[in-house]
Design a protein around this ligand. Structure first.
Ligand code: ZN
Length: 88
């Protein structure tokens, strides 16, 4: 799967939704939708969250709670400066 084909959109979404990612099998393309009502920093984190799902092949996995816990933990550590660039 070519993970470079990611299209990103911004829309005003309900406030409980930060971002959504999806894969279109017919076009072999990923889509990320970011809630435009969030602050710039929140939008960056929402994009990172959704992009991690793509990079981690989460669309192939089944355990949603485990996936969300891993992704949330990664972003918390990332934004806290826990990683050097070679870790990412
Ligand atoms: Zn998620």
């Amino acid at each position: 799967m070519d993970k470079t084909l990611i299209q990103v959109f911004k829309e005003a979404l309900p406030e409980t939704v930060r971002g959504i990612s999806a894969f279109d099998e017919s076009k072999e393309r990923f889509y990320i939708l970011i809630n435009s009502t969030l602050s710039d920093e929140e939008q960056r984190n929402a994009f990172l969250h959704e992009a991690l799902h793509i990079w981690n092949d989460d669309f192939q996995r089944k355990n949603v709670q485990e996936i969300e816990a891993f992704t949330h933990d990664f972003i918390t550590r990332f934004t806290a400066g826990d990683f050097t660039s070679s870790d990412v």
